[in-house]
Every structure is written in structure tokens, then in C-alpha cells.
Design a protein around this ligand. Sequence first.
Ligand code: AMP
Length: 284
Amino acid sequence: MEVFKDPSSLQKFLFKERCKAKSLGFAPTMGALHQGHISLIQESRQENNLTVASIFVNPLQFNNTKDLELYPRTLEKDLKMLEDAGTDVVFLPSAEEVYKDLPRLKVNFGHLEEVMEGKFRPGHFNGVAIIVAKLFHYVNPDRAYFGQKDLQQFLIIQQMVKDLSFPIQLKCCPIIRERDGLAMSSRNMRLSQENRQVAAEIYRALLLAKDSLGNGIEKAKEKAMAHMARYKELEPEYFEIADGETLAPVKDVKEHGKLAICAAVNVDGVRLIDNILIKIDSNN
Ligand code: AMP
């Protein structure tokens, strides 16, 4: 496994590899890796000759400095996991290099960034779009792998790739969960043992909403919120049922091909997000 810190040596290396007609898959991460991240590497390895991962905790996408400071950093363990998973190249840029000049560009994704994460984390998706665009330029992949875990982020990147004609195929990979259903997240390691158990109720609330969709959107949301209200440790920030592609509000389920049920919940100061995507059968 090759490890690069500076973009120009990475680019030199990848240019040579590309001349051997290798297809290149890329999975950007912020480190503190778990099986969810590794699933992206596995998917990339199946579809490409060369797999590149990056680890960069992007300051531009944190609107809360405490959250940035507390973000777990486990570089040695991460490198071992990436190597064991068969990653070919790891890119570890520094903030000084990436943001030598602070970007002045501001991007606006309209409705896609006005709801859910965008509403509660002002500036977050601007930071995400800028770092992903920069990483795409450094790595120049054929395919890039993201998790459905950050569904809104995926939809935003998809829009950016389309609007700016990046010649990159995007892949949205399924959410990898713990045995009790909790979506794997780097933030889970900040949970106490007790809160870790309660956190699994977030997924149960999503499933309850899904099962209650037949009674209408509002009833489904109420059911999920009532479930979470039983646990004092869970402080929901939002719980939304939206179109799975546009995140537009849903009134009549039958008018949508896909629905996304999305939640952000604070568990004793640790902010967790999760979602489920549902295909709607228009014959029903
Ligand atoms: P992060 O390091 O949190 O920025 O995540 C890097 C990538 O891994 C993003 O595309 C995430 O959506 C994806 N990811 C994070 N957690 C999971 C998970 N539990 N299952 C699948 N993909 C995930």
C-alpha cells in the first residue's frame, strides 16, 4: 500500500498507473474507520484495478468547533484496516496544503441543502462540496464510492458531479449496521456503553415509521417520535420523510418512486444520523 501526503506525488504516481490503462476507484473518508468504510473499499476493489482511499478531517464542513475537536482520530489503526482490506493507495493531505488559500467559492444546492443536515448545519454542504471537488481533482478517479449513510451528502455530490460535468461515476453503497441495527459511525466510539445501547432505538424508530406509512406520513412520523420519546437519552434534531431523490416533502406516498426516512438524533452530545430508503411500488 502506497501512502502519500502531498498531492503532487500522489498525482505523479496515479498518472503512471493510469498509463497502464488501470481503472481507478476512490473512497473519501474522514478516518476513524469501521466496516462501513471498508465496505466502500471492497466495492471499489470489485469494480476497479486500483483503489484509492483518502483520510482527511475537513475543517470546512464542521460548523461546530467542538465537534471538529472531538472528532476521533485513529490513523495507525485506519492504515492497518485499509491495508488489510487491500487498498492500493492512501492519500493523507494536510489542512495547510488543501486550504493554503481559503476558498472563496460558495456553492448553493437550493432545496437539497435547505432541509435536514443543511438546515441544522449551516455551511456544512458548502464545505463538503469544496473538499470533494478538490479530492476529485487530486485523485481523478473513474468511480467514487459513498455511503447511503450520508444520503443527503450523496445527493449533493451527485448534483455537483452533474452540474460541473465531472467524468466520474458515483456509487451509493448500502448502510452497514451493528448487530442491533445501529448504523456504524465513527462517532459511535464516543458513546458510553449505556448510550450505545439506547442509540440502536434510532433505527427501530425508522423501521416503525416505515411500517406505519400506510397510515399516512404524519402518523408515521408521530409513531417514530413517540418511540424515541421513551428514551430520555435521545434528543431528536429532526425526523423527516422525504422524496428519496429530491428530498422534496411528501404528502402522497404514491406520487414518489422512492422515499427516504431520515433522522438526526443527539445522544448525550453525540450527534448521530441514519436513514432508510424505500422503493414505492406504484401498482399498490
Ligand atoms: P466519513 O468518514 O464519516 O466522512 O464517511 C466516509 C464515507 O463512508 C461516506 O461516504 C459515508 O457515507 C460512508 N459511511 C459511513 N458510515 C457508513 C456505514 N455505516 N455504512 C456504509 N457507508 C458508510
